[in-house]
Design a protein around this ligand. Sequence first.
Ligand code: GDP
Ligand code: MG
Length: 177
Amino acid sequence: SSLPPPRTRIFKIIVIGDSGVGKTCLTYRFCAGKFPEKTEATIGVDFRERLVEIDGENIKIQLWDTAGQERFRKSMVQHYYRNVHAVVFVYDITNAASFHSLPAWIEECKQHALGTEVPRILVGNKCDLQDSVQVNTDLAQQFADAHSMPLFETSAKNPNSQGDRNYGNSDHVEAIF
Ligand code: GDP
Ligand code: MG
């Protein structure tokens, strides 16, 4: 008899934030290694996967992406928040409203038992658009500290456009995970 194949562990990570902040582009960048030519508004819930090897173990990273539209969320929400290993909150550095929405997203996660005991990170996307910054790094860092989350400023479009808070790695969109 032969041994069963080594198990691949699955890590489910949910990506949350206002519509338009770049959730789909970030997950696409991580899983496909490039910026999508065009994205359509996500309908319902979508996930993308990528296999990585960590300490000799095969890990499947499953990134769950949502639409944000209440209409779809109502029916999907229970499924979405089940068995989550980590949460990525995303805002758009060129859109202050997307930053001000974060407390509501954080609260929604808490209501589904995803508080500080679950690893959570904050991502400011679209750092390639430095001329249009509305959310400065200090403000974002204060918020991240207040919520005990690390902050990463990045760009799904151009990973060479580093924000002040980055991973010190040229491919930092990838490095955040
Ligand atoms: P979602 O609604 O959060 O999933 O956002 P999408 O991933 O669909 O992106 C919304 C829009 O922002 C699209 O037009 C993307 O091309 C654009 N976008 C996403 N990420 C970036 C980025 O890092 N830089 C720039 N300049 N545009 C981006
Ligand atoms: Mg989307």
